[in-house]
Write a protein that binds this ligand. Structure first.
Ligand SMILES: *Cc1c(COP(=O)(O)O)cnc(C)c1O
Length: 229
């Protein structure tokens, strides 16, 4: 636990100050999260609604990001407090976020998750599907969500050239969407890509947010692949 602050300080040396670090705290305990907060960490990411809600209840002063797939029936639990939902992957979920945000008189910041990896198991829009959503006239009627950018998860591979190509592709798509759909909207400005193993490449390719778990908190103790969980 003592290493957490050290890890964060070390990480900051490698990440330019304009890039926001989201500390991915899934499976990690409240004392570990508090340790990160003491080191100045503000934003935390969780991939499960139940865990996010439980941790928010104990640490409401942190900023809480959802980075995992969201089911429509669970939006209501996070709508009162979530700082940003990075994993929007359908129009239907965006409509529900809008509906719940309205109930709390909020506007919820969202990123569209784009499927860039080779694995089919990962969630997210294809580029065509994202464009279809942005062309949907009904989008204008959603006053309680703000689309702030894009998020992507690269293929789980040691081949860093594959990862770089995927980040480059996402970065290009981000520029294009900003130019074509948000030319006068400064809030469309976030490109969330990069994790512990590939954040340096992501930053080189234009990430404005990186989502770092194991490099800050140490390895997670469950399961087979940590990337998909
Ligand atoms: C778990 C997770 C991360 C962080 O992974 P690390 O390899 O531990 O840095 C980032 N993004 C998403 C979507 C995740 O599920």
């Amino acid at each position: 636990m003592n290493h957490i602050a050290q890890n964060i300080n070390e990480l900051r040396l490698h990440i330019p100050s304009h890039v926001k670090i989201i500390a991915v705290s899934k499976t990690k305990t409240v004392p570990e999260i508090r340790e990160a907060i003491k080191a100045g960490q503000v934003g935390f990411g969780e991939n499960k609604v139940q865990e996010l809600t439980a941790k928010y209840a104990q640490i409401p002063e942190a900023q809480w990001y959802l980075i995992g797939h969201l089911q429509t029936n669970k939006v209501k639990y996070i709508a009162p407090f979530v700082r940003m939902i990075q994993s929007v992957d359908s129009f239907r979920i965006l409509e529900e976020i809008d509906r719940q945000a309205n109930r709390y008189s909020r506007v919820i910041d969202c990123l569209l998750q784009i499927h860039i990896a080779r694995e089919e198991t990962k969630f997210g829009f294809s580029e065509e599907e994202a464009i279809e959503l942005l062309n949907n006239d009904e989008l204008q009627s959603l006053k309680h969500v703000r689309i702030c950018g894009l998020m992507g998860v690269a293929t789980f591979t040691d081949d860093m050239e594959v990862v770089r190509k995927e980040f480059q592709g996402l970065s290009r798509f981000f520029q294009r969407i900003r130019r074509d759909y948000f030319p006068a909207d400064p809030s469309f400005c976030e490109l969330s890509m990069g994790m512990s193993d590939d954040y340096r490449i992501a930053v080189e390719e234009g990430a404005t947010m990186v989502r770092i778990g194991s490099l800050i908190f140490g390895a997670r103790l469950y399961g087979t692949t940590t990337r998909n969980s």
